[in-house]
Unconditional design. Structure first.
Length: 290
């Protein structure tokens, strides 16, 4: 195996994805790589009970590049990813959700953007191709097709798909990884912290396929995700994270976005007859306007 600076560590968190995990794993192991690079694959099993763990174990016996972590069930994807990173030996890390797949040349095209240029961004991401029940889903209104400083874009929604990312492991470790107490929107919260510290490179090609279907996904478990994003952004504003790491203009922008998000959420609650909840959100919005 290569030295760590020539090794990329890929983490797949999994919980009960026996039918989909093999495709995800194969999409990693079949990657083409630039000369001198190798990969290791860490399957972080979050207490699966559908055969995912036994399949992963069998895979690791056949394939020396695969390691399996046996974790107690947490239900928190950030905690599972963090556990995988703690076992990683590579100088770069990448993530792939167990119900997504990579196109064969993803790493071949992405790695040069993050390792070959002096002062290169410490994170690279790509366009995703979204597929629901074998049908491609239009993304014409998505706002994530950018490189450079995308902090302000990321305030509104999660502009980076976890399965598209390659990033500097040292940056991940310095920032403490994903929050382990967020069941939903942990990626939104983490990318906001990351984007306070680095620009990003971007490939406007669908090198990752995000698959959606009838299986349970945390992003749809509660019927909405915006409330979790508001809570994550509110926490960062309240603790002064942006005050420490961004300009005054960006700090004001964060508060403005938070206020608008809360106001929209409050209006939705009032429209649905949840008056007490709406009033609480309206008071919160007013607090951030002051």
């Amino acid at each position: 195996m290569s030295e760590p600076n020539c090794l990329i560590s890929v983490v797949i968190p999994v919980y009960n994805r026996r039918t989909m995990l093999p495709l995800a794993v194969e999409s990693v192991l079949s990657q083409t790589l630039p000369a001198g690079w190798e990969l290791e694959l860490i399957i972080a099993n979050d207490g699966s009970d559908d055969g995912s763990e036994s399949w992963a174990e069998a895979c690791s016996l056949r394939e020396s590049r695969v390691m399996v972590l046996h974790l107690e069930r947490t239900g928190f994807p950030g905690a599972t990813r963090n556990s995988g990173v703690r076992k990683a030996r590579g100088g770069l890390i990448a993530f792939l959700d167990s119900d997504d797949i990579w196109l064969p040349d993803k790493l071949q095209k992405q790695l040069p953007l993050i390792v070959d240029c002096q002062g290169a961004p410490r994170l690279s991401h790509t366009l995703e191709r979204w597929v629901r029940n074998d049908q491609i889903v239009s993304q014409k209104n998505l706002y994530n097709r950018r490189d450079g400083d995308i902090f302000r874009d990321a305030l509104w929604k999660c502009t980076i798909g976890p399965s598209t990312v390659i990033m500097d492991r040292s940056l991940f470790v310095t920032l403490g990884g994903f929050r382990e107490d967020l069941e939903v929107a942990e990626d939104y919260e983490f990318w906001l912290r990351v984007l306070c510290h680095t620009t990003v490179s971007y490939i406007d090609q669908p090198l990752t396929e995000k698959r959606m279907g009838p299986w349970e996904q945390l992003s749809t478990k509660y019927g909405q995700i915006e409330g979790f994003r508001i809570a994550a952004l509110r926490n960062l504003v309240d603790q002064g994270y942006f005050t420490r790491h961004r300009s005054m203009d960006d700090q004001r922008r964060a508060r403005t976005v938070l206020t608008k998000k809360i106001a929209i959420y409050a209006a939705g609650a009032r429209k649905r007859g949840r008056s007490a909840e709406a009033e609480e959100w309206e008071q919160a919005a007013q607090m951030y306007r002051n």
